[in-house]
Design a protein. Structure first.
Length: 660
């Protein structure tokens, strides 16, 4: 019977290719599922749930920043995701995809359960799925009413006749195709025919592992269930909505239906790698739309992190709960995503070449003028642009410290005006001890990620934290938090990621865990702050650089802050203050001497080095009402009026062959 088989294949191909924008209908009035994005087939898909440790549906929800980080990570490997309910988290997921123009399409779900107990939740879910499908027609490609709601073993089983009514209700209210997701062991029963008749396509779940099959049959068994369902429901296209292989299980759960009773095959990271390889090859060969279960481990399931930590339901992800790719998926990245493997595999290089020139002689850039300050009154676009044009005459590489609208506007202006500048942008993280601080940190990390992804032509790297871990920091942060944030940002962008801190952190054992997450280290070192004489300014810095390189072998190191102030207040002589620590001359003449040594050293060593800083900053040290000679106000080579100090005027004449 080759003709019917060919006819079924042709109908399926038509179903999966017809663009939804034409509201295409297949024979029988079925709506076509659009699995094309920018000319590419996107049927290799993944289930998406952004809940992290300490969060769970209907209780603690992930923040926008956390959802966005997860979406950015997932979008590097898939363009189609599936969500399971129509909650606020799903609504925010769709909004974030749209706002950030992510290359993702979504099959959304309505989670329905038995009535009368679930009646109010069902009404809410059905109303919300209609609202979301209509609000986001550019992102939502299908709506699934029910998830494993009719199979006999479901814990929230719904009468199929009731489900049919809900399907009709939703389908009448939206333009996208409508489906229902259930286990293969429902779709092979006669009672499934009435449900299938109402659908534009069927979503089938099938797990070889849960059905006692060996790893060697992982995909062949799934293919058998797919083919059987296709024969059982002729003319109705089928999508595989869940399949996968967990990396852990609890063998003590041996009751009928539990994992210790049902799972007979190996459960491990190695087994998942084998299954994933079968999965990716099969989906590419058969072009059967298939959602892998799932992107992330979900420790909230089965009672939470502390309960049955090895239970299988927590460990189906290809990323762990900290968003680190499991070794199983790292192998898949190398084999099936070679370009991403280049980014994820080893350290990402810092590109310090611009038009064939090395630009490693950099400068710290802060465009705040008198009367302005970060998180206060901001400079205008015209003021920022004037500062950028001035800086671009002498440097092509700048560093910014916090993720604010000023940083975002600065990068945008570089991009719009095609200025010959590249930047390291930073997220200023603080002690993660209060809800306010936690929200601030989330906002900083989200914004710096957005800027890096929006302007990859300008942003060379992202620095997570500035002097946040060294012992004397006023905003000291747990190094474990900084390491985690660096890892999360790195997963969401393509540029290298770093952390900036004092040499006196990078020489401590606790720095090793942070450095392990980084593509390179940013080291701060000031001979002046460390009581060294002017004659040792660069030799002392070189010693700290060399010590850091030895302490972190194989990890590139750049110098992110060094310089010499032109004024200080000797009356500030408490431990740690300038009067107690600075033993060398502090003057414009001393700065000129330092700058000359600095320029010669950078040119000779070719060590990327960022001078602190371009402009004096009177807002520091308490603002303009505090003593004018406080040292933190006077590190610039230009004063607050943007006039070059005589120290820098001499450097311009010597090193730039030009008048300042």
């Amino acid at each position: 019977m080759k003709f019917p088989a060919l006819l079924l294949a042709a109908c399926a191909a038509l179903f999966f290719l017809a663009p939804a924008s034409r509201a295409a209908e297949l024979p029988g009035g079925r709506r076509a599922l659009n699995l094309e994005l920018d000319g590419r087939w996107i049927g290799n898909a993944v289930s998406f749930s952004p809940y992290r440790d300490g969060q769970r549906p209907e209780e603690v929800a992930p923040s926008d920043a956390e959802i966005l980080a997860d979406l950015r990570l997932v979008s590097r490997y898939w363009n189609l995701i599936r969500t399971y309910d129509s909650s606020d988290v799903t609504a925010r997921t769709l909004r974030l995809i749209r706002e950030n123009r992510l290359p993702l399409r979504v099959m959304i779900g309505a989670w329905v359960s038995a009535e009368p107990k679930g009646r109010e939740q069902n009404r809410s879910e059905l109303a919300n799925i209609v609202r979301l499908a209509n609000e986001f027609p550019d992102i939502v490609i299908a709506a699934a009413v029910g998830n494993e709601a009719c199979v006999w073993w479901s814990g929230h089983r719904v009468d199929p006749a009731l489900l049919v009514g809900w399907i009709r209700q939703v389908r009448a209210a939206i333009k996208q195709p409508v489906t229902s997701a259930d286990d293969y062991n429902f779709w092979n029963k006669d009672e499934s025919r009435a449900v299938a008749a109402e659908l534009d396509f069927i979503v089938l779940h099938g797990y070889a592992l849960w059905n006692g099959r060996p790893l060697s049959e992982g995909i062949s068994w799934l293919e058998q269930q797919y083919d059987a369902a296709t024969r059982f429901h002729p003319g109705i296209p089928i999508v595989i909505g869940e399949t996968g292989w967990t990396t852990s299980r609890d063998p003590s759960r041996t009751k009928v239906g539990e994992e210790g009773y049902m799972m007979k095959a190996e459960v491990s990271v190695a087994a998942q790698e084998d299954y994933l390889r079968q999965h990716f090859r099969w989906v590419r060969a058969r072009r059967v739309p298939t959602f892998l279960f799932e992107a992330f481990d979900e420790n909230w399931k089965g009672g939470g992190v502390a309960v049955a930590p090895h239970a299988s339901e927590k460990h189906w992800g290809v990323f762990d709960a900290q968003r680190r790719p499991k070794p199983s998926f790292e192998a898949i990245i190398r084999e099936f995503y070679p370009e991403e493997a280049k980014l994820a595999g080893g350290p990402r290089p810092l590109n310090l070449d611009l038009d064939g020139r090395w630009i490693g002689n950099g400068i710290s850039f802060s465009p705040y003028r008198n009367g302005q300050a970060p998180y206060g009154k901001e400079p205008t676009d015209d003021e920022i642009l004037a500062d950028l044009r001035l800086v671009a005459r002498y440097w092509n590489f700048i560093r910014m410290y916090e993720a604010t609208s000023v940083t975002e506007r600065t990068v945008r202006l570089i991009h719009e005006h095609q200025l010959p500048l590249r930047a390291i942008v930073g997220a200023w993280v603080v002690t993660n001890d209060t809800p306010e601080h936690q929200q601030r940190n989330r906002d900083e990390l989200a914004l710096v990620t957005r800027v890096a992804n929006a302007y990859p032509d300008v942003v060379l790297a992202v620095a997570v934290g500035n002097e946040a871990c060294v012992s004397w920091s006023w905003h000291r942060t747990d190094p474990a938090d900084v390491a985690r944030w660096a890892r999360e940002v790195r997963a969401a962008i393509k540029q290298p990621v770093t952390v900036a801190d004092d040499y006196n952190f990078w020489n401590k054992p606790e720095s090793q865990a942070v450095a392990a997450e980084l593509d390179f280290i940013i080291l701060h070192g000031y001979a002046l702050w460390n009581s060294r004489p002017l004659s040792e300014c660069m030799s002392w810095l070189e010693q700290q650089y060399d010590a850091t390189v030895r302490h972190h072998p194989g990890k590139p190191v750049i110098i992110g802050e060094t310089g010499w102030a032109t004024s200080f207040d000797p009356t500030r002589n408490k431990p740690g203050e300038e009067g107690a620590l600075m033993k060398a001359e502090v003057s414009v003449a001393a700065q000129e001497h330092y700058l000359r040594e600095h320029y010669r050293w950078v040119a000779a060593k070719r060590i990327p080095t960022i001078l602190f800083e371009a402009f004096d900053e009177n807002w520091k040290g308490g603002g303009e009402k505090t003593p004018a000679h406080v040292v933190e106000k006077h590190w610039g080579v230009f004063d607050t009026q943007r006039r070059p100090k005589s120290s820098f005027a001499a450097i311009v004449r010597e090193f730039y062959s030009a008048q300042p």
